[in-house]
Design a binder for this molecule. Structure first.
Ligand code: SF4
Length: 411
């Protein structure tokens, strides 16, 4: 027998956002407030990475520049991680500045960089052309280098445990603003700036894995995220990365999951579930008011069927909120009901937001959660909380910087 909340023999503590003082913002129709459309703001300058290869040539011609130079700019930017005209000595000196200004306008200004003692995790805070702030986190692991990228400035999904969600959506990022995070990270790695390469020449290294788990809901910025993924994977005109190393995550925008499955780009798909029951998920992930747990899981299963790619279920373990043993059992039941071998679960202890009412689950509870899923035949791996010591939860660095800016303005 599981210790379900219906069991009379076991007392289970249940913390809820509502009872802890969080109240759901509502729209004019009384539904949970979700922002799907990006507020209108000045668009970032058009950049090489926003355009398809043929559009790059056209763009240069429109600017009165030789279209065939697009190929050289692609090489400089995607392969050599160069965006400074002075470094592109193979281009004729006359007209070089115009070429670079035309297709490689500056997009990200580094505001802050935080790193762990060993230097193998680096968090960047970037300012976009209109002052919006976004983050990315670069992590060295044995045998791979992962970059967690942002896809929106802010986020409209309003998840109560998330600093980004509480600040709302500022705007969608352009494809090039997403790609520039990768190029900037690669430039740093090449310069030897990421921890100890352990015998591997850092000139040969670059980001191998991308996770769309920074600020924003990637599937709410679908077209630009897909353009960025195409650039990342394009072997001829882009970065030539393996699609399998790219993880696109969502809190469950079901129609967009279906669209993603039809793209024929075999990225890894991750569903941020965080609760297997609608009762809690309605509060924890407000988008659950549109698409319920079963609909999101059906879409995830369909993704597996269409692509053959095993799906990840992300589950932030929050003390007494969603970490109950009966929820591990219910999750296993729902996943097994949709077949075997199609999914694995990644529980991750929550990175608490400063001042948050929630904390990460206790170690014994985490282990029990994982054990139950594994015993039910669901491959489950507890993920580490890299970057915790440097405000690793999404949106925290932005929140800290904005607080400091506000404090400075008041001083
Ligand atoms: S958890 Fe993800 S989807 Fe939810 S508000 Fe934060 S960034 Fe958006």
């Amino acid at each position: 027998m599981t210790d379900s909340p219906r069991s009379s023999t076991t007392r289970v503590t249940q913390v809820r956002p509502k009872t802890e003082g969080w109240s759901q913002k509502k729209d004019a129709d009384g539904r949970p407030l979700l922002q799907f459309a990006s507020p209108r703001r000045g668009k970032p300058p058009v950049h090489l990475a926003d355009l398809k290869p043929e559009e790059r040539v056209e763009r240069l011609k429109e600017l009165g520049l030789p279209g065939f130079r697009a190929k050289q700019l692609e090489k400089h930017y995607f392969t050599h991680y160069a965006w400074d005209a002075a470094a592109m000595t193979d281009l004729p000196a006359s007209g070089r500045e115009e070429l670079v200004a035309g297709l490689l306008p500056p997009l990200l200004t580094e505001v802050r960089r935080l790193e762990t003692d060993r230097g193998d995790t680096i968090k960047f805070l970037w300012r976009l052309h209109d002052g919006a702030l976004v983050e990315s986190v670069l992590m060295r692991y044995p045998g791979r280098i992962t970059l967690c990228v942002s896809s929106q400035a802010g986020c409209g999904m309003n998840c109560p445990f998330c600093a980004t969600g509480q600040a709302g959506l500022t705007r969608n990022m352009s494809a090039a603003e997403i790609i520039d995070q990768v190029v900037r990270a690669n430039a740093l790695i090449r310069a030897g700036g990421l921890g100890d390469p352990r015998g591997v020449g850092h000139e040969e290294e670059r980001v191998t894995n991308i996770v769309f788990m920074g600020m924003g809901e990637p599937l709410a910025n679908y077209a630009r995220v897909m353009q960025a993924v195409r650039v990342m994977t394009d072997k001829k005109h882009g970065m030539g990365m393996s699609a399998r190393g790219i993880t696109v995550s969502t809190v469950g925008l079901v129609p967009a999951i279906k669209k993603l499955a039809d793209e024929e780009i075999p990225v890894t798909f991750a569903l941020s579930l965080h609760a297997p029951d609608d009762e809690l998920r309605d509060e924890l992930i407000p988008v659950n008011s549109r698409w319920k747990v079963d609909e999101a899981l059906d879409a995830a299963r369909a993704y597996f069927e269409r692509t053959g790619r095993r799906v990840s279920i992300e589950y932030a373990l929050i003390k007494d909120m969603n970490d109950h043993a009966w929820r591990a059992d219910l999750l296993a039941e729902k996943l097994n009901a949709r077949g075997r071998g199609w999914v694995h679960v990644n529980p991750i202890p929550l990175n608490p937001t400063p001042g948050s009412i929630w904390t990460s689950s206790e170690k014994a509870v985490q282990d029990e959660f994982v054990r139950r899923l594994n015993d039910a035949g669901i491959p489950t791996t507890l993920r580490d909380t890299r970057g915790k010591e440097i405000d690793g939860a999404c949106g925290q660095l932005v929140a800290t910087t904005e607080d400091e800016a506000a404090a400075a303005a008041l001083a």
